[in-house]
Design a protein around this ligand. Structure first.
Ligand code: ASP
Length: 338
């Protein structure tokens, strides 16, 4: 396997080169081929300590990181905010430092505020600590492992025989719905355009502002350069029919009511009629494209129940099961680089 991986932390996919995507996807594909039940654990993370620090709720991401770490024989500790000293006023940084003092090799951090995983990583660097930070979702900023799951799921859909992110080159992927509040969409924009896919963002102006066309034009503040020379294009469409018609796959996003400060959507029925995916809307593209969603899905809003349960079209179950090998690959590469 190519050993070019040099990330001690994984915070934002804006820092990923094409080789990084290839390393993660190839390794995940190997882990995926190991039978799910009955197989013995791999010893790669034996004696390593992984802690999941989720200051915000999660079902899929936390469980799959924990399963992934256990499949690689790590010792895994789950921090639960409600029964911790967080309720006594301890800060997320001090909570993280507590686990570092216990010898954590990797902290997997989710927080509702943008930048918390990065702040912890910077602080650890200042202290000369080797503990790695894996961002499991921060505010509206970034959710790298979910975007890698989506990339892997799409790459396998387009070519089940061989997993290679370059298969996305020249394809058009629609991202539909609440882009404004989605850290998944932001990470998808970095990963999909890095692999040469063009992205069409689709939704009303209140959820898909025009500025998103410029999203990957410059690296985020603090990052000197973009490791990708030629990225795919980002465009915006206000019509679901137009977006589906020109796309090879569609990623729909949850309407994030908990993050909507203002009343950005007047009525969810109207939203579903205009931007929700149902079988009637899929006729716009002759039912020929797969539909993804990072979950949790609001049935009947982003997607009809019938589409969510239609395994021919909807890849949500595949995304969930791919979550484990992708997260095994991330944990493995981080530890191997130490
Ligand atoms: N689970 C994803 C996240 O944590 C998507 C969502 O919540 O809608 O960002």
């Amino acid at each position: 396997m190519k050993q070019m991986w040099k990330h001690n932390h994984v915070i934002d996919l804006s820092e990923f080169s094409l080789e990084d995507y290839i390393s993660v996807l190839e390794l995940a594909n190997r882990f995926k081929s190991i039978p799910k039940s009955g197989s013995r654990k791999l010893p790669a993370l034996q004696g390593r300590f992984v802690a999941t620090l989720f200051f915000e709720p999660s079902t899929r991401t936390r469980s799959s990181f924990e399963l992934a770490a256990k499949k690689l024989s790590a010792d895994v500790q789950t921090f639960s905010p409600s029964s911790s000293s967080l309720s006594k006023g301890e800060s997320p940084l001090d909570t993280a430092l507590t686990y570092v003092a216990m010898g954590a090799d990797i902290l997997i951090v989710r927080h509702s505020s943008t930048g918390v995983p990065k702040q912890i990583a910077n602080h650890l660097k200042m202290l000369g600590k080797q503990t790695s930070i894996l961002n499991a979702g921060d505010g509206l900023h970034s959710h790298p492992s979910q975007a890698l799951v989506d990339l892997f799921t799409l790459a396998k859909f387009f070519n089940p025989e061989e997993v290679n992110p370059s298969i996305l080159k020249g394809k058009t992927i629609a991202i539909i719905g609440d882009v404004l509040h989605s850290r998944v969409a932001r990470s998808n924009l970095w990963s999909l355009t890095a692999c040469g896919a063009n992205v069409v963002l689709c939704g009303p102006p209140s959820l898909v502002p025009e500025e998103f066309c410029e999203f990957t034009k410059t690296p985020p503040p603090g990052q000197l350069e973009d490791p990708i020379q030629h990225r795919g294009q980002i465009s915006i469409s206000r019509s679901l029919k137009e977006a589906l018609n020109k796309s090879d796959a569609a990623i729909t996003l949850r309407i994030q009511k908990e993050r909507m400060a203002e009343n950005l959507l007047s009525d969810l029925d109207t939203y579903h009629r205009e931007f929700g995916i149902n079988h009637k809307h899929l006729k716009f593209c002759s039912n020929r494209i797969p539909v993804l969603h990072p979950g949790p899905v609001n049935r009947g809003i982003e997607m009809s129940s019938e589409v969510l349960d239609d395994k021919e079209i909807c890849l949500v179950d595949k995304q969930v099961s791919n979550g484990i090998p992708i997260r095994m690959a991330l944990l493995y590469l981080i530890i191997a680089a130490k």
